[in-house]
Design a protein around this ligand. Structure first.
Ligand code: ADP
Length: 177
């Protein structure tokens, strides 16, 4: 299947999507926070926090930037939540691009490892973490394209944008491919 048919763009609340996995833009502590992280924890209910704390204990205190971990999804309509930690923007010379690429790739690889075929991403790092939105969108679209062209298992990746400007950025990038 062509990559083009396997990428979809939607605008709205990622917690409502009926996909195999929703990706959470988490922080290293997996304790939940603001933005999409808070929305996912609220929608899923307490099981998410419990499972996140089990992961954190196993990891010895934190999930490193760029890595991903999986939990069930509690009361959300999706089956699993893949928690990944995007980089905090510190001016662009601290490996931010590389870590954002890694966050997308580790999430997709974890989905494949768990046999999950439909995955929805928020715009990782572009909220509280301050990554420039245009740069982040370019990285997200490029890396997802690259992964899908190397790997046939995943059937659909949905970019779920919450904000108009992010939606427009993604629309332009996806249409120009
Ligand atoms: P980060 O800390 O990685 O920057 P944020 O949650 O602050 O994470 O922001 C990431 C993106 O998620 C932002 O574009 C924000 O608008 C978006 N967002 C916030 N709530 C939701 C939601 N319910 N569904 C989808 N995206 C959301």
């Amino acid at each position: 299947m062509k990559v083009d048919n396997r990428i979809e763009l939607v605008k709205g609340d990622i917690t409502k999507l009926e996909v195999d996995a929703v990706v959470n833009a988490a922080n290293k502590s997996l304790k939940g926070g603001g933005g999409v992280d808070g929305a996912i924890h609220r929608a899923a209910g307490p099981i998410l926090h419990e499972q996140c704390m089990m992961i954190i204990n196993k990891m010895g205190g934190e999930l490193p930037v760029g890595e991903a971990a999986i939990t069930q999804a509690g009361n959300m309509p999706c089956k699993y939540v893949i928690h990944t930690v995007g980089p905090i923007w510190r001016g662009g010379n601290k490996g931010e691009d590389r870590f954002l690429i890694k966050a997308y790739r580790s999430s997709l690889q974890l989905a494949v490892d768990f046999g999950l075929k439909t995955v929805a991403f928020p715009n990782i790092s572009t909220g509280i973490y301050g990554f420039p939105k245009d740069k982040a969108a370019e990285i997200a679209v490029n890396e997802v394209n690259r992964f899908l062209s190397e790997n046939n298992f995943i059937e659909k990746v949905i970019f779920c944008c919450f904000e108009d400007d992010n939606y427009e950025l993604y629309r332009n990038l996806i249409e120009s491919k």
